[in-house]
Design a protein around this ligand. Structure first.
Ligand code: F6P
Length: 336
């Protein structure tokens, strides 16, 4: 192995830079050159690349975003796109390919494998934490910290004014950011994809719950975490629907892309570093078509296809705890 390529692809995630750095430094230790194609698969198609050496990755691990940029490429998904990408990799004499991204990026890796014979390794980088085969994905921990920070701030104003807040968090179709931030902030309710699909919550049920909590607590705030794509019209519509039925103001708050930025947490930097090193070691040992992941704090590998074909299960224990804590206390609070 003389030269490997690395891309960051799909939605960027805090810690991607730390993973790129680890790939470059590890490769350099083995005398392997690293080429970074910019803007994900799109850069492979357009030959938009930079050589990455120690000096290019110094002091980048504390920043989110990605120095080699990221993108989603429609053109690459076609057979012509796959073929062209393979030809370009060969023209650059690439002996191994590392893709840092989420499930869409790994599907891309699978597509590339149909046209290119070199070793391909995936590194899980997405705030959604929705990849089977790794306990955590790079960026998830930072996104939860960001959501937690925002929820704490929302609580301050909600509590001051006895308001209901619906805070919408990202996660695509998974409730990892939702449940973790809800638990970390003691939110009164959460709307998660994993629960919505079996027993969807209704406006009636939510109104009943909010009224129950108010009856028991008296004047108080009520903060609900809503996972994106789980309510028609999102937090804005739900806040309107609740306000129509309740006697107090309900406000929406969409956290959106702030969850993808900010300083990566120590956990994400360390995870990204471990997985970046792991990816290079896997290429050197002849592995291909796998994701470098982490399970019970040990490095592991999972076939790329399993990462999106198998569903990673949200912890039932966490769901049970949260569901119990949400229920309004049946009795009046003990008065001192
Ligand atoms: O996959 C990461 C993610 O941030 C999801 O949580 C979200 O649904 C999506 O990307 C947003 O994508 P875009 O940045 O293209 O709007």
């Amino acid at each position: 192995i003389n030269r490997i390529a690395v891309i960051t692809s799909g939605g960027d995630a805090p810690g991607m830079n730390a993973a790129v750095r680890a790939v470059v430094l590890t490769a350099e230790n083995y005398g392997i050159e690293v080429v970074g194609f910019r803007h994900g698969y799109e850069g492979v198609l357009t030959n938009d690349y930079i050589k990455l050496g120690r000096e290019s990755v110094e002091h980048i691990l504390q920043y989110s975003g990605t120095i080699i940029k990221s993108a989603r490429s429609e053109r690459f998904k076609t057979d012509d796109g796959g073929r062209e990408a393979a030809e370009n990799l060969d023209a650059h004499q690439i002996d191994g390919f590392i893709v840092i991204g989420g499930d869409g990026s790994f599907r891309g890796a699978d597509h590339l494998a149909k046209f290119w014979q070199g070793p391909i390794i995936g590194v899980p980088g997405t705030i959604d934490n929705d990849l089977y085969g790794t306990d955590n994905t790079i960026g998830y921990d930072t996104a939860v910290e960001t959501a937690m920070d925002a929820l704490d701030k929302i609580r301050d104003t909600a509590e001051a004014m006895d308001r209901v807040f619906i805070v919408e968090v990202m996660g695509r179709n998974a409730g990892y950011i939702g449940i973790s931030s809800a638990m970390a902030c003691g939110s009164e309710r959460m709307i998660l994809p994993e629960l919505q699909k079996d027993k969807p919550l209704t406006v009636d049920a939510l109104v009943k719950h909010i009224e129950g909590v108010h009856r028991v607590r008296g004047d108080s705030s009520y903060v609900m975490v809503l996972c994106e794509n789980q309510w028609p019209g999102g937090a804005v519509r739900l806040a309107e629907q609740l306000e129509d039925r309740l006697n107090f103001p309900c406000r929406p708050c969409l956290l959106g892309h702030v969850q993808r930025g900010g300083r990566p947490t120590a956990m994400d930097r360390i995870l990204a570093t471990r997985l970046g090193v792991h990816a290079v070691e896997l290429i050197r040992s002849g592995e291909t078509g796998v994701m470098a992941g982490i399970s019970r704090n040990e490095l592991c590998t999972t076939p790329l296809q399993d990462t999106w074909m198998q569903r990673k299960q949200l912890s039932q224990e966490l769901i049970d705890i949260q569901t119990k804590l949400f229920n309004p206390v049946k009795k009046e609070r003990h008065k001192a």
